[in-house]
Design a protein around this ligand. Structure first.
Ligand SMILES: NC(=O)c1ccc[n+]([C@@H]2O[C@H](COP(=O)([O-])OP(=O)(O)OC[C@H]3O[C@@H](n4cnc5c(N)ncnc54)[C@H](OP(=O)(O)O)[C@@H]3O)[C@@H](O)[C@H]2O)c1
Length: 384
């Protein structure tokens, strides 16, 4: 049974973890709070890959005061040797008496922490029930890590901007459909994700840079282009060092060479039915590249393919308060075998913003107020 004071410490651990989620990826951003005799004696959050995990940071700050104390962790401590030694060993060596865990680690490589702690005589409390708000907050915070650990592919948020009549491209040739507030929220989303994805059509039409601007960034998201024929060239803004282009073996070899010479990573996968990149293979390749979370901002072609492939975990729909060419159209296809549920709706300046999640069955417009769990890993943005 978890005491209220321990829940309080777990909430603090989750808050600490929030600052570590982006910098730690593809490792989980974790928070740890160590208490003894009812007082906090140490706390910490995961450092970037290769650096210490949250438990080690907290144990260092606690020093001898950790002995006989309680460690509260947002995620089950790891039990394996990765780039750093197992966290369970550090907890055992520090002789903590209790460990309270909010969320289990589903990663088969790292899991087993609870059993190892118990074997060492440490009392283990948790993990919390699957519906517990603190555990749900961790699940939302770690949606990228959990996707990679359980599905081998990143968590995907798709953004689409449309006019009120469903046009995805401005008929007057203007670059932007939406206003400054909606566009600013896009930059916050980018800053909170590992990668920003578009199709080659958007690169050729708009030459976007896909970086996060006018927002504080821990590190820039990696630009990713799905580009079966390699229409992206080194002259495009997206083709900077660190960019990743997923193509097919049908693409001309000299184009791949030119991109690689510019510092772009080019990875070939199989071709899908329509001749584009095979999406399952493409996302598996992103997972192997350590990309846990993707903010996808493609045009209609790749957006429709992502939805049809069941690859969209959240749709962020920006609806401009004006008409396009006046031709009503259905811009947003339904997810396979289901529909969109409006998880959240609000406004960003003059534009409407919907957050939609795929659900089985018919569409529902039921809107739930954002909870700390559903809002945990979102950039601060629209007013609900
Ligand atoms: N309203 C919005 O939210 C928004 C966002 C972005 C862009 N846009 C607008 O959209 C227009 C471009 O539209 P678009 O549809 O060409 O852009 P896109 O969806 O970003 O790119 C489409 C291209 O991606 C490539 N691709 C690779 N694998 C694919 C796959 N499995 N499925 C689908 N496509 C795949 C294909 O070209 P290859 O076969 O050559 O690889 C395809 O033609 C521009 O005018 C741009 O301004 C609007």
């Amino acid at each position: 049974m978890i005491a209220p004071v321990e829940r309080h410490a777990l909430v603090r651990a989750v808050a600490l973890a929030q600052q570590a989620v982006v910098r730690a990826s593809p490792n989980p951003g974790v928070g740890c709070v160590i208490t003894r005799d009812g007082r906090v004696v140490g706390e910490g959050a995961t450092h970037p890959p290769g650096g210490p995990h949250a438990e080690v940071v907290a144990l260092r700050s606690a020093g001898d005061r950790a002995q006989g104390g309680t460690a509260h962790v947002s995620l089950e401590p790891c039990a394996h040797h990765g780039r750093t030694p197992p966290c369970v060993d550090a907890l055992v060596d520090a002789e903590v008496a209790r460990v309270v865990i909010a969320h289990p680690d589903p990663n088969p490589v790292a899991a087993g922490g609870m059993a190892r702690l118990r074997a060492a005589g440490i009392e283990v409390i948790g993990p919390l029930a699957a519906t517990d708000p603190i555990r749900l907050a961790v699940a939302a915070q770690l949606e990228g890590f959990l996707s990679l650990a359980t599905r081998g592919r990143p968590h995907v948020t798709l953004k689409l901007a449309q006019t009120a009549d469903g046009a995805l491209v401005a008929p007057d040739g203007q670059r932007w459909l939406t206003g400054p507030a909606a566009r600013a929220s896009v930059h916050r989303w980018r800053a909170a994700r590992d990668a920003v994805l578009v199709g080659s059509g958007t690169v050729v039409a708009d030459d976007p840079s896909l970086d996060a601007r006018e927002v504080v960034v821990v590190r820039q998201p990696r630009p990713v282009v799905f580009d079966a024929r390699l229409r992206t060239t080194p002259a495009h803004r997206v083709a900077r060092a660190g960019a990743l282009v997923i193509t097919t073996s049908r693409a001309p070899v000299d184009r791949a060479g030119a991109l690689r010479a510019a510092g772009v990573e080019v990875v070939a996968v199989g071709a899908g039915e329509g001749g584009g990149v095979a999406l399952d293979e493409a996302f598996a390749a992103l997972g192997r590249a350590g990309i846990a979370s993707v903010f996808a901002e493609p045009g209609a072609s790749l957006a429709a393919a992502l939805v049809a492939g069941g690859l969209v975990d959240r749709l962020v729909l920006h609806v401009a308060a004006h008409l396009g060419d006046g031709q009503p159209r259905r811009a947003v296809p339904s997810p396979p075998g289901g529909a969109w549920r409006t998880e959240r709706s609000g406004g960003a300046g003059r534009d409407a913003v919907l957050h939609l999640v795929p659900v089985p069955g018919p569409a529902t417009t039921e809107v739930s107020e954002p909870t700390s769990a559903t809002a945990a890993n979102r950039p601060v943005e629209e007013h609900a």
